[in-house]
Write a protein that binds this ligand. Structure first.
Ligand code: NAP
Length: 422
């Protein structure tokens, strides 16, 4: 391994941390074997195409770096349309048990069944497996077209709460019995005037789930030597939910991380106050202002911790800043289980056409390799993606924005990438 490569690896270990560090690991603290079993949900629509590409790349990366000494044993579990066709169930108990048993899974996108059965498979999966943190690292890959003048300044990890807020799914249709009952209660008991024909949604946010998410984000920043954690909220309007998220965030920062953190507002009123370099700065920003900030001064933000709906909007907007959802990886993590997934949907118009961009799923696989404690394999994957794109070999979605490149199919992109793994 050359000096440059060692330096990059060290930097990457610093950036991404050590899977055996303080952050809870997928195996709940057990040693990860050299041949771990990983559950795979292939996904619907473009899922089979991008999974075939990702598997080729991930297996080749592990073999390139570790030879025969390490290997992943993939085990397919059913969810989504394939599961429904074969078993009549969208998401079975067995699938959840296999993922729980092995602690790590990777998944392609799943169709949300419209008007039947389960409300959203992705939400169900996250809630039932206790995957309370949706983690999206957003960084620019050189050469990828971006609407930003300086996309390289974006290097932000979003921690989005994954179990409450709108994901709790408490809603009643206008004029339904549920809506009428809640409205009557609000009018008669709480003296709150709500139009009788309103639809009703309830947004629960608890102290426990908010603290758990913020604590995980701060631990991540500490483990990865990142400068700040920003609590993004809309607490000026929703004081007792969003505002409380911020309050509980500061509270857990002080209680659990005491000497390792400083609060930005305690450091004086200057626009760029002098902050201690060896501590994580905890700050907060209103959600609307946050969207401006990540466009105008993205380099001031490192980790952002936020409730569910804010995080949903922000992570897609940030992904667009570095080239779109086809390029952005993601993971949903709990304390004992982690599911790595493409951040885009099933893109039905490209299903079966071998045309989709597999980078989101491949990079999610790289996150998974780091999580397993195999950062060298993750690094060669990231570097090979960069080389393939730099050599002008890209899938349709990028080719239409990049003059002078060669458009390749999803499968060929993976093959060319494997050639660049060394
Ligand atoms: P989508 O599947 O993400 O696709 C929207 C558009 O984004 C596509 O038409 C395509 O744009 C582009 N795109 C997305 N992924 C791409 C890729 N890998 N390569 C190239 N282009 C890509 O969003 P949607 O149409 O709103 O949702 C379709 C289904 O997916 C729905 O059932 C939805 O519920 C589900 N979904 C699942 C997940 C998940 O499983 N995590 C997430 C989101 C949505 P162009 O048309 O411009 O080429």
């Amino acid at each position: 391994m050359g000096t440059d490569r060692n330096a990059t690896l060290t930097a990457m270990k610093r950036r991404q941390g050590d899977a055996h560090g303080k952050t809870p690991t997928a195996d709940g603290g057990r040693r990860i074997p050299d041949t771990p079993v990983i559950a795979v949900i292939e996904g619907d629509g473009i899922g089979p195409d991008i999974w075939a590409a990702a598997r080729l790349v991930l297996d080749a990366a592990v073999s390139t770096v570790y030879g025969d000494s390490r290997r992943i044993q993939w085990v397919e579990v059913l969810a989504g349309e394939k599961a429904y066709k074969e078993t009549g169930e969208w998401l079975s108990k067995e699938t959840l048990e296999v993922i729980r048993d092995h602690g790590v899974a990777i998944k392609g996108p799943l169709t949300t069944p419209v008007g039947k059965g389960i409300r959203s498979l992705n939400v169900a999966l996250r809630r039932r497996l206790g995957l309370y943190a949706c983690i999206r690292p957003i960084r620019h890959i050189p050469g990828v077209p971006s609407p930003m003048r300086h996309p390289e300044r974006v290097n932000i990890v979003v921690f989005r709460e994954n179990t409450e807020d709108v994901y709790a799914g408490i809603e009643w249709e206008a004029k339904s019995r549920g809506a009428r009952t809640v409205i009557a209660f609000l009018r008669d008991t709480m003296s709150v005037d709500v139009d009788r024909d309103s639809a009703i949604g309830i947004k629960p946010m608890s102290r426990g789930a908010s603290r758990r998410l913020v604590a995980r984000a701060i631990q991540y920043a500490l483990d990865h030597h990142l400068a700040s954690v920003t609590l993004m909220h809309k607490g000026n309007i929703m004081k007792y939910t969003e505002g409380a998220f911020m309050k509980w965030g500061y509270e857990v920062a002080q209680e659990l991380f005491g000497d390792d953190v400083v609060v930005e507002s305690d450091q004086g009123a200057a626009d760029e106050p002098k902050l201690p370099a060896d501590k994580v700065i905890i700050k907060d920003r209103m959600a609307d202002m946050m969207f401006q900030q990540v466009l105008l001064r993205p380099e001031s933000y490192h980790v952002i911790a936020t409730p569910n709906l804010n995080g949903d909007y922000l992570s897609d907007a940030l992904a667009a800043q570095v080239g779109g959802l086809g390029m952005a990886p993601g993971a949903n993590m709990g304390d004992n289980c982690a599911v790595f997934e493409a951040t885009h949907g099933t893109a039905p118009k490209y299903a079966g056409k071998d045309k989709a961009n597999p980078v989101s799923l491949i990079l999610s696989g790289a996150m998974m390799l780091e999580h397993l404690g195999w950062p060298e394999a993750a690094l060669v994957v990231e570097q090979a993606i960069q080389k393939t794109i730099a050599d002008g070999l890209v899938t349709h979605d990028l080719a239409r924005q990049m003059p002078g490149v060669r458009e390749v199919k999803c499968s060929e992109f993976a093959e060319r990438l494997v050639e660049r793994l060394r």
